[in-house]
Design a protein around this ligand. Structure first.
Ligand code: AMP
Length: 227
């Protein structure tokens, strides 16, 4: 059986998971699986799943586990995930982590290799990062009004597409998302630490510096086990 490499990026909203995930996946041809992006695609296409998820997302709450799990497991069954994939924004609850563990089997033994990297960023920084974040509606590029301000107002530096603010990046919803993170997602650090799968990374540094550290640890872990 060939080895499936599963990289899990943990971290609060705004910790930089999405930005770093794109770079890690490009460097290692892993499939980038963001449950938030999958929900946003469903919202855009107005699918039944999108309609059910919308209220939770707008309120900064988590979408119920059973909806997330069905969507995620369908996605990782696709051929592009056969050799490996990176999970960005999943798992977000202990129940999700347990369901993933059950599906994959015992970590780092039978045919799969799991690495969990947690990006740590102080909460005051998260609020500033999230409320200033803008995403290109055409290519998905992420910019920031203070730290990577667009050269032309409202336009993506990479492709010229329209930069938009995510509806859940407003101050009120961000506060709720961080509260939900503390209560439901942060306990995953203990879950993975108990399984000796967790590596913590200081995410309060420049994007390139974080990437150097993160990629070195991710690839060392993946290669070490795969060798
Ligand atoms: P994100 O883009 O990862 O910040 O996700 C945006 C929103 O999608 C979250 O605030 C949740 O409402 C929903 N969502 C994404 N991933 C999950 C997940 N694993 N479990 C529950 N809800 C999720």
């Amino acid at each position: 059986m060939s080895l499936t490499q599963v990289l899990i990026l943990l971290g609060a909203p705004g910790a930089g998971k999405g930005t770093q995930a794109v770079r890690l996946c490009a460097a290692r041809s892993l499939a980038h699986i963001s449950t938030g992006d999958l929900f946003r695609e469903n919202l855009k296409k107005e699918t039944a799943l999108g309609k059910r998820a919308k209220g939770f997302m707008d309120a900064g709450q988590l979408v119920p586990d059973e909806l997330v799990l069905e969507m995620l497991f369908d996605r990782v069954a696709k051929p592009d995930c056969r050799n490996g994939y990176l999970l960005d924004g999943f798992p977000r609850t202990i129940a999700q982590a347990e369901a993933l563990e059950k599906r994959l089997g015992p970590s780092n033994r039978a045919g799969n290799h799991v690495t969990v990297l947690s990006l740590r960023v102080p909460e005051s920084v998260l609020v500033e990062r999230l409320t200033g974040r803008r995403t290109c509606s055409a290519c998905g590029n992420i910019q920031h009004m203070l730290f990577s301000a667009p050269k032309i107002a409202g336009k993506c530096d990479k492709c010229g597409g329209a930069l938009v603010q995510r509806s859940d990046d407003t101050v009120e919803v961000v506060k709720k998302r961080l509260e939900v993170y503390r209560a439901q997602t942060q306990p995953l650090e203990g879950f993975y630490s108990a399984r000796k799968l967790l590596t913590e990374i200081d995410g309060h540094r420049g994007e390139d510096e974080v990437f150097r550290d993160l990629s070195a640890r991710a690839f060392a872990a993946l290669d070490g086990e795969a060798a």
